[in-house]
Structure formats: C-alpha cells, structure tokens
Design a protein around this ligand. Sequence first.
Ligand code: IDC
Length: 517
Amino acid sequence: MGAGKHGGLSGSNKSSRLIAAVVALVVLVAAGVALAVTADSLGTPQGSDALVEQAPTGLAEIDRSSQGGQDTAPASDAANAQEEEPLPPSPSTAGALHVEGAQLMDQNNQPIQLRGVSTHGLAWFPQFVNKELFQELRTDWGANVVRLALYPADEGGYATGGDRAKLEETLIKGIEYATAADLYVVVDWHTLSDKNPWWNAEDAKALLGRVAERFADNNNVLYEICNEPNGETTWSNVKTYANEIIPVIRAAAPNAVIITGTPNWSQDVAAAAADPLEFDNVMYSLHFYAATHQKDLRDALKKAVQGGLPVFVTEFGICEASGDGKIDYDSADAWVELMDDLDVSYICWNLSNKKESAALISSSSKKTSGFTVEDLSKEGLWLVQTLHAPGFDEEALRLATAPRKDNKAGSAMMVFSEGTLQWTATVSERWEEDGETFFLYDLTADNYSAALEEWTVRIPFSGPVTVTDNWNCEASAKGNVLTLTNTDYNGAVATGGSIADVGFIVKGSSSLAVVED
Ligand code: IDC
C-alpha cells in the first residue's frame, strides 16, 4: 500500500549517471564538430543511440545539483503521492496556524481544515505512537493532524499513579514523530473521570508548560488544555482554569493555537460563546458520537460557528458515546457534511485495536503500522473512505464495505448470475486452522436460456481470498475476487440444463464472506 514509498537515486547511482552525462556530452560535442563523420565510425548504431538517450537525463541531474544540490527524493515522492490523490495542507506548506473569527487559518492567511485521528490513552496503547504509523497517517490515510491523548486520571493516568516519565516520553516521541511526518499535532490533556480541570491543574500547568518550552520553535503543535469538563463543572470553572494555564503555555509558545473543552463533555459550546475567552488564537471544542448525538448537537455546532465561535471537533466517533455499541453511518455522514460546509476541523477517536466500536483498528489485527483494508474496523473503513485515503486500495475498500452474505456453515446464497445462468452456493463447511478460517463452498447453476459452450463465475468477497482447493472448475483468485471457469468437460450446458458438483475451498479471515457487488 501507500503512495510515495520509493526512494530517490542512491549516491552511487547519482555518480554513475554523472559520469554517463559527461561521456554523453563529449560524444554530443564530438558529433556536433564532426557532422561529416559517418554513423559507423562512432561505433554501432545502438551504442550511439544509447549514449545520446542518456544525455538529457544526465544533464538534468547536473543541472539540479548545481542549483543547490537538493536531494530530489522527497519532492518526487510528494509529486507521486499527489498524482493519486492530493494530500491535505500540512505544516511544511501551511506553517503556523492562527484563528480569525470562527476560522482556523494558515500562515498564508488561507482557511485550513485539519482532519485526522486521535490516539487512545497514551498509557494504554503507546504502541500506536510510532514513526512508521504517523508517516502513514499522512501519506496513506490522508490525515494532516494527529491528537495525543494523555489522561490525567483513570487507571495509570498521569495524576493517578501512572508512570509519569514514560507517559511524558511517549507524548514527546509522539510530537517528534508527528513533526517528522509533516503533521499538525494536538497535545490533549484528556480530562475525563476527573471532571473538573481544576482537579489536576497543577500537573497540567507543569507538564504542558514543559512541553511548550521544548517545542517552542515548532510550527505544528496545538494544545488542548482539557478534554471534557463534565459533572458539575461550569463554563466559569473552565474559564478560570483556561485563564491560568494559557499564559503558562504562551510564555514559551506565544502564538500557539490553544483549544479548550466546554461543559457537558464538550458539548456546551453555547456557554463559551456567551462568555468567550479574552485571548487570541483560542478555539473551543465540541465532541460528538454519531449514534448518540444527532441533529440537536449539529444545530448547536452550526449556531456557534455561524455566530463566530471558533470550534474544533477534537474528538468524535461514529458509534455510541460509550465508545462502543452500534454505528450510525447516516448520522456520521451528516456530521461530516456539516463540518466540511462550516470548514470545521475534526479528529476521529481512536487509534487502537481495542475491542470497541470506536477503535479504528480491528481487534484481530496485531500490527502497529502498515495497515491495509483488512486491518481496519468498521469505523476505520468509514474513516479512510471519508478522508479519501490515498494509500488504501479503492476496490478492496468498496468490497469490504459492501453488503455481506452469511458465512456460517449451511448458509445458501445466490452468488452470480449472467444472462439466465444462475449460480447458487452453499457454505458446506467451515473450520479454523493455524489462525485462518477455511470455507468450503458447493455450487450449482441452472441455465434458463440458450445452450452454452463455456461459463465464467465471478465471486466477490469482503476481503482477500486464497483458494486452497477446487473441483470441476478452474479457479483463480485476485485480491478479493475469485473467478471460476469451466473445465474442458463441463462447459457445455443445454437449455434448461444445470451444472452441479462445482466447488472450492478458500481461506481468509473469519469474517470473510461473499458480498453483493
Ligand atoms: C473511552 C475509550 C474506552 C475507555 C474509556 C475510559 O474509548 O476504551 O475505556 O474512554 O477511559 C469520550 C472521551 C473518551 C472516551 C470516549 C468513548 O473523551 O476518552 O474514550 N468518549 O467513551 N467522550 C465521549 C466519548
């Protein structure tokens, strides 16, 4: 997967091309001076053609190195990535951000929308903070922001007995990986079970102050000073906390964009709009979980933004507010449409393989980078489609999200029809072996029309398939699609005739199923 993973010319390649260019130049000059010389005397025609062909490339190489000797690899990588799907603006071009009215702006005073993913709690899923993955978030997922969630409370939290040094190190590494990957990064002080940000304000001040000092020269770091005030916490509690902590961050990073949570689990943006902070470059967060929060909260977002409040959806999920339960695609899509219309930035919860609907990675995947369609949860599949992620195979994504047929043993289904030849399949057996699931399908077909001499059956699956056995047909699998054709003895089917006893065994993930295509 992945756009732009090829390297540039290696050093030795470069120097041999230089030599070739010099040789080519000499040959070109010689050819120019002695036009009368016959082709034969320059050597074989192939030889001279080869040299002349190399000249332009070689000269271009010399040209580039004489203009400052920039390594050409990143530029060509970026160009390749852009050919496939343009990547969103990122720190290298959009630079430091600021806020004007309700809008987040880049260094060129252009509106900018950040879209990306949030980690789960750094205490619990630190393995998803890694260099490769963050790079892929940008090039393959099409994100331009990552959020690092540091819980002060909860088990193993920063202020509740967690390993502080390790948590801080994970946070710092996360900022460094995001910077190397050309991503914006939101440092999230993830107030949750601690309800009121004042409960752990001293820790927040010390830690966020240190981080701001360390990354004072970065143009890509945003600070979220409290995730979700809740319980009895009022906007006035949050405001006095913000008034105390913002100057601490600003002492080191005077222009950093700072986001604050709003009461009621970051849903009461109206309270903030009625009595906003008096700092520049601050934003207010609104969080939603699409299966729980519907039109009322969307209206609240719209009203706040249209009234001039800069809102950032620093966290959302497409399932229920518990982080689990059912997914509501219609609501999720309505939210995205609204946020895109309003140019509101958004970050999806969460980058982990926890067994919950809000995890972007499927719990059966043990990878920590290099994810393919197969590794993504339902929310993950939805997100990469929403981000138009350039690194995921479109056909595989389409089939992974297509309606599935049953894959339990005994399930019967229509699998393919062409003209009036209709194929029915039954999952006759399924079993597990070495961590993979095998499915035995038996097929029959009825021909309701003219006699045939040959046939082909195309069966799309939800994920990649491998055929391990087949009978009374030829079988080949490519990606998610299995193709069966007749053998030399069962291609002919009379009108009203049928084909029986065709079958195959495929292996794949336990959720592998035939899909409607
Ligand atoms: C959830 C996680 C879950 C974890 C729980 C408590 O998904 O695995 O056990 O936190 O730490 C929020 C919070 C966010 C929640 C999420 C889903 O900001 O931390 O994550 N959620 O409940 N607000 C609304 C929903």
